[in-house]
Structures are given as structure tokens and as C-alpha cells.
Write a protein that binds this ligand. Structure first.
Ligand SMILES: Cc1ncc(COP(=O)(O)O)c(C=O)c1O
Length: 399
């Protein structure tokens, strides 16, 4: 008998899904062959290219030396880390969250992938409500847990907000988790107090765990986004996720937190994190303390993203795109020009002008016969201002 092992059957649906960036990567390769890599202006992947703040890097270097013998880290966050998160939440949102109500995570991705494993019972039709487009680990974690993703199409006609009212009673009854993401990637929409309150009431009334992914909370263009923690009633039903990846250009450090006022929600996550991982390296937790306590660098970065946005927006308009001005995140979601599909538009942009973006339909899926990414492209404002201006200059030649 030939050797054979079977993967967990819940995994099959995930493994068979195409990788959204395959098309983008293969076109990028062709463009690099044609123009050379220096010519490419990349608005593709949402990974900050700006340096991690110097104070954070310095703190990290010093911490390595201070901690001469390494020792295992505190797996769910050392005391100073939790204190810094608690103080950040107080300064930024005026909410009181004690250190016992915080768990460190390897960024928001780790948390949103694992939460369904702890809150869904496999193969019973238990459902997670997931924004579409939305961050893929929400659905991947749900599928691995043996749960059922139900997508909330994020549509312009609904002001790019999830529509809870149109859900069928059976779907609501089966739902155990709602993933909410404000500021929302990729549309850049920030939900106001009213929408957040609607989400909290919907979850509280229907015994649904509200997972609020706030990893873009510091990236905004006008009004600072609210945290779900500011909304009355959220204490009981929500877990908040945030991270330093985007706030402090620390994607490579992979550090964030989960916080909840409800121990019944936080404890399973905390306990399973303790059981499964050794935790964030202590010197990274030390650097994270410096980052959470500093608001100066976030203010500077907001000004940088604003300049890039102001440069790119008219450039896209001049070629017939209709960009949706983002309220938050560092993404711009834009209608592609008439006569193009997202893929044909992004191919022309890349292969003729050396400008990379992501076709919206590839980061969104068809649900209820609609793919909300159809007709859109996503631009990440991660290229430096000079490169962004150079892109706009090239677009003047658009034919
Ligand atoms: C909506 C959303 N949530 C979470 C993440 C991942 O965050 P982290 O780097 O903290 O794991 C991303 C990264 O792109 C994201 O877009």
C-alpha cells in the first residue's frame, strides 16, 4: 500500500483556494523583466515601506543586551507590555482596560485566525459573519474550525458598511462570531458611533461574539476612528484586536494585543495562547512598550499618508478612475475606468506604465451572486511621495 496521509478535512477548502496575489505577482515579474525593478512603483501589498521609528529600534537593540540570558518570554505579555497597552487605550480612546484584560498576540492576524477555533464547534453549521472584501484569515480560521463563513458584502450602495438588517433569521441564529473591521480594509471606510452601536446591539441581542479588528485605528485622514470599547454594551460581547504593524511600521515585529472586558471571552483565548506558543520575544515586547507609549510618530505618519493620498487621488481621476476617498487605513479603493475590468486595468497600469495595484475582485469573493470587488482596484499608499508623484506624472501620458 502506498503511504498516504489525509489532511484535516476542514483544511481542504482552504488549501484549494487560489492565492489572490498569484496574478499580481506573475504580472509584476513580467513588468520587472520589461522595465527593471527600479522602474516599478508599487501600490500593491499593504506593507509599510517606511522605517520603524528610531526610538523603537533603539529600545529593541538595548533590550537585547539588557536581557543577557534570554529565558522564555511571558507568553501572553509581560507586565510592562500589558501596562503600556492599557495606558494606550486610556490615552487614545479614554477607556479603562486593566492589565488582566489584555493578552499579547503575534499581531492581529494570529488572533483573528485562532479565535474561531476556540468559539466554534466543528461541523454543526455554526457561522461566522465576515466582511467581503475582508482579511482572509477571518474565513480561513473559520473553515479550519469547521465553521461556516457567511459573507457580508461591503457595497457602495450601503455606504461600504455591513448590512445586518438584511440577514435571514436562520443565519443570525447560526451565527456565533461577527468580524468587524473599522477602519475597513480595503474600502477605507470608518464606522461612526451609530454603526458601531448597531453592531454591538446586534451581537448582544443574538449571543454573537463581536471580534473588532482595529489594526488601522491610527491611520486616518480626518476624524480619529472610535474603538468598539467606547460603545456601551461592548464590555460583554466583544474582543478587540489591535497591533503595531501598521500603527508603527512594525510588520516585521509581529506584535499586537487582544483585549476584552469579559473574562469569559478572553480566558479561552488567553489559555490556548499559553498552551500553544512561547510568546512574543521579550525584547520585542520591550520595543512595543516604547511604540504604544509614543503618539508622535503616528501623527507624523498620518501626515505622510495624507500627502501621498492627495498626490495620487487626482492622478487616478485624470485617467477615469473614480477613487473613494478613504477615511482611514492606507488604502484607496477606486472604481476602475470605464471599459476595463479590474484585471485588464491593473495589467495595463503595470505592463505599460510600471505601476502596480491590486484588482479588487481578487481580494473579494462572489457571494449571493455579487463580487463587491468587481469594478474596483486597491492602491496601498506605501510608495514614497516622490514615487507617487512620479506615478502621477506617468499617468499624464495615459492612452
Ligand atoms: C484588516 C487586517 N487585519 C489584520 C491584519 C494583520 O495584522 P498584523 O500584521 O497585526 O497581523 C491586516 C494586514 O494587512 C489587515 O489588513
Amino acid at each position: 500500500m502506498p503511504f498516504s496521509v489525509e489532511v484535516n478535512e476542514n483544511l481542504r477548502g482552504i488549501l484549494s483556494q487560489p492565492y489572490a496575489f498569484d496574478v499580481v505577482d506573475s504580472n509584476k515579474k513580467k513588468a520587472i523583466e520589461k522595465f527593471g525593478s527600479d522602474f516599478i512603483i508599487d501600490f500593491g501589498i499593504g506593507d509599510p515601506t517606511d522605517p520603524t521609528p528610531e526610538i523603537v529600534r533603539e529600545r529593541c537593540k538595548a533590550a537585547v543586551d539588557e536581557r543577557k540570558s534570554s529565558g522564555y518570554p511571558a507568553s501572553v505579555g509581560h507586565a510592562q507590555f500589558k501596562e503600556a497597552v492599557s495606558s494606550y487605550l486610556k490615552s487614545r480612546f479614554n477607556v479603562s482596560v486593566s492589565e488582566n484584560e489584555v493578552v499579547s498576540t503575534y499581531g492581529a492576524k494570529y488572533a483573528c485566525f485562532h479565535i474561531p477555533l476556540y468559539f466554534l464547534t466543528p461541523n454543526k453549521g455554526q457561522t461566522a459573519l465576515i466582511p467581503n472584501p475582508g482579511y482572509p484569515p477571518y474565513s480561513e480560521g473559520t473553515l479550519l474550525a469547521g465553521g461556516k463563513p457567511h459573507y457580508l458584502n461591503i457595497l457602495e450602495e450601503n455606504n461600504f458598511e455591513p448590512d445586518f438588517a438584511s440577514l435571514e433569521a436562520k443565519t443570525v441564529k447560526d451565527s456565533k462570531i461577527l468580524f468587524l473591521n473599522s477602519p475597513h480594509s480595503p474600502t477605507g471606510r470608518v464606522y461612526g458611533r451609530e454603526k458601531l452601536k448597531e453592531a454591538v446591539d446586534f451581537c448582544a441581542d443574538n449571543n454573537i461574539l463581536l471580534v473588532s479588528d482595529e489594526c488601522y485605528s491610527e491611520l486616518y485622514f480626518d476624524q480619529p476612528p472610535k474603538s468598539i470599547l467606547e460603545i456601551k454594551g461592548s464590555e460583554e460581547c466583544s474582543i478587540v484586536l489591535n497591533s503595531l504593524s501598521k500603527r508603527s511600521m512594525m510588520t516585521g515585529y509581529a506584535v499586537g494585543f487582544a483585549a476584552s472586558k469579559n473574562p469569559g471571552l478572553l480566558k479561552p483565548f488567553e489559555s490556548m495562547t499559553r498552551k500553544s506558543v512561547q510568546g512574543i520575544a521579550s525584547f520585542i515586547q520591550d520595543a512595543a512598550v516604547t511604540a504604544w507609549n509614543d503618539f508622535g510618530h503616528t501623527e507624523k505618519m498620518r501626515a505622510v499618508y495624507k500627502k501621498r493620498l492627495e498626490a495620487l487621488l487626482p492622478g487616478l481621476e485624470q485617467i477615469g478612475c473614480k477613487p473613494i476617498k478613504p477615511q482611514g487605513t492606507f488604502f484607496m479603493w477606486a472604481h476602475v475606468p470605464d471599459g476595463f475590468s479590474p484585471i485588464s486595468f491593473s495589467e495595463k497600469l503595470l505592463l505599460e506604465y510600471g505601476i502596480n495595484c491590486v484588482p479588487g475582485n481578487l481580494i473579494s469573493r462572489e457571494f449571493n451572486k455579487v463580487n463587491p470587488g468587481d469594478g474596483f482596484a486597491r492602491f496601498a499608499l506605501v510608495a514614497p511621495l516622490e514615487k507617487t508623484e512620479e506615478a502621477v506624472k506617468r499617468l499624464r501620458e495615459w492612452k
